[in-house]
Design a protein around this ligand. Structure first.
Ligand code: ADP
Ligand code: MG
Length: 358
């Protein structure tokens, strides 16, 4: 049966997209994204995809939404980057489990102002992120939207059965590690916002471009997550999407432990250091509460530190898991202060702050 939203889509989408129609658009997407694989028994085109997983695998399933006006603004986001990021944030959730991404589904709510070219650019971005990790688009849904673009991406991946790294395994005495550098994406967003207010000039400085790139085209840490999983060193892992303070709070809450981290140890890029002095903002705030870094945060017993450093991943030890259920930060003066989970929270619930009252 054809849902009402498709009738609305026919009436209201701009000429180009309405000429193509929803089934024409799906056919276009199918041709553009088609990849043959023995694991895809049925891909785009039937009522459901039929997929093969190895008998020894646990299937990982994750989904993330991106809503125009909440997660992105077309004033400074191009469609290609939007496609890339929609896929990358889901890949990052598979990375955080130590998994291998396999299949993807993309569902779109498309408002009238969007043209076929925009949708194609979006899928070019999706395709680039998917191909970088040999992941195949096997389905989705297409609908009209009256207010802004709605994107929902579902990612299916696999791990060896019972080898996934969860948020619940952190133990007192574990060291806390992060990959890469933190705060770049949040600073990049601020640069994009202020450039769009000034009429689009983002400046040509390389360090500003590096930061905006980190925001628009995050790189999911799939290989690093898998290496960490294969090393059997990590007790708990999460990807940093909400911000270090919030995501550390998630691990601690779900593992029933606390943590103390050192401000001086948090890895910051040279680009962030330079931009935060331009922006007159605290680089530490970007790193602690900025979010959308899509780096990995994990804990491991201190006896495994050498093994971890031999994995060839840029890792920094930023602190320790504690028995006391408190989050603390040793600041740059060496003073221990409470660490509040300050990352993005859609409904401004206070549950994490309540758990960690300090
Ligand atoms: P149904 O009416 O059963 O929901 P659709 O007409 O929505 O079927 O979809 C037809 C096929 O196209 C399905 O295989 C679906 O997974 C795929 N599909 C629909 N929209 C998209 C999209 N935006 N991206 C990828 N695949 C899509
Ligand atoms: Mg459908």
């Amino acid at each position: 049966m054809i849902p009402d939203c498709f009738l609305y889509l026919r009436l209201t989408l701009n000429m180009e997209l309405s000429k193509l129609g929803e089934f024409g658009l799906i056919e276009h997407i199918r041709k553009m994204m088609m990849r043959r694989s023995p694991s895809v028994l049925l891909g785009i085109g039937d009522d459901a995809a039929a997929l093969k997983f190895p008998a020894s695998a646990s299937v990982l399933a994750t989904t993330d939404m991106l809503i125009e006006g909440i997660h992105f603004d077309l004033a400074y986001t191009d469609y290609y980057s939007l496609g890339w990021k929609s896929v990358a944030v889901n890949l990052s959730d598979i990375a955080a489990m130590g998994g291998l991404p396999r299949f993807c589904l993309t569902s779109l709510g498309i408002p009238p102002a969007i043209s076929v070219e925009h949708v194609i650019d979006f899928y070019r971005g999706c395709n680039a992120a998917l191909q970088a990790h040999q992941t195949i688009l096997v389905g989705g849904d297409t609908c009209s939207s009256q207010q802004g673009i709605v994107i929902s991406v579902t990612m299916l991946g696999e791990t060896n059965r019972k080898r996934e790294i969860t948020r619940t395994g952190a133990k007192p005495g574990d060291r806390i590690f992060v990959t890469g550098t933190l705060g770049d994406s949040a600073a990049g967003l601020e640069i994009l916002k202020s450039a769009s207010k000034k009429g689009g000039a983002r400046g040509e400085k390389n360090y500003l471009k590096r930061l905006t790139q980190k925001h628009l085209r995050p790189v999911p840490r799939i290989e690093w997550g898998r290496k960490i999983a294969r090393s059997h060193c990590a007790h708990a892992m999460i990807d940093i999407s909400d911000g270090l303070s919030s995501d550390l709070a998630h691990i601690c809450e779900q593992s029933g432990v606390g943590a103390i981290i050192s401000a001086e140890q948090i890895p910051l890029s040279r680009s962030l250091v330079m931009a935060s002095s331009d922006l007159k903002k605290s680089k530490l705030d970007y790193a602690l509460s900025g979010g959308e870094d899509y780096e990995l945060l994990f804990t491991a017993p201190s006896g495994k530190v050498r093994n971890l450093h031999s994995l060839g991943i840029p890792l920094v030890d930023i602190g320790e898991i504690t028995q006391t259920r408190k989050l603390s930060l040793v600041d740059s003066r060496g003073v221990t202060v409470p660490l509040k989970p300050m990352g993005y929270n859609h409904f401004a619930r206070t549950s994490l702050s309540e758990v960690f009252k300090n």
